[in-house]
Design a protein around this ligand. Sequence first.
Ligand SMILES: [Zn+2]
Length: 263
Amino acid sequence: MPYIVVDAGHGGWDKGAHFGAYNEKDITLRVATKVSNRLRQIGFQVTQLRTDDTYIGNASARGRQIAELQPNLAISIHVNSAGGTGEYSGAEIYVPIKEDSARFEYYLREELSRLNAFREIFSRAYTGEFYERYIDPQTLRFTQTYNYTDYYGIIREAWRGGVSCDIIEMFYLDNESDLYTFLNQEDAYVEAIVVALSKAFNMNYQRELRHEVVDRPEPLKTETYYRVVCGSYSDLNEAKKVQQALVHSNYPGVWIQPVEMKR
Ligand SMILES: [Zn+2]
């Protein structure tokens, strides 16, 4: 059973990026929780590092925790920001600089590309340089790896323990088009990650099993009405006289109802 560690970026006092009413820490927690639940349904073993709005340590501390847990892969979920300028859009994936398995990244790129403009898969060296990473579609391996130390603490510390950790920047929070795309289809972002992991680990992906909705009519409501009865007559003409008298007295809704009576 493949074992995945899911990290919801930031938390507690560390709000991460924010734009308008939206904080990165809330978005990452919601998505990480949904991804973890979906992975368990499909048959993955999952540890979710942060399950509520608390600060569980900086990136390096999370990386060390991942190294201790020894999963097959770790993912750290984030949303991006260009300092409120909104000038960039699309998803980015940050991968270990020496990674030798690019299957998940390949499939995730494929899935996220359907949702927004995918920017790039990057590695970042400790010196600060970014490296775009290209995956050979035939072998599903990176065309080149680099002999540097990783810049991002969570990637670096996890890799020290031999674990590959990917940072997934799902979209740019300060780009309104990106934000509304996400707000309108949050679950599609969740499924993109779940599909990519399922493909990468040869798990049988299944859509969420929803309870069958039975199209059953509303139960009939009963109400009590009070009928005013002003007499019973064996002669229909007598009944009509009473009816006419009442109608002339401004009770228009007076009708005659035959009732079978046993003698
Ligand atoms: Zn973040």
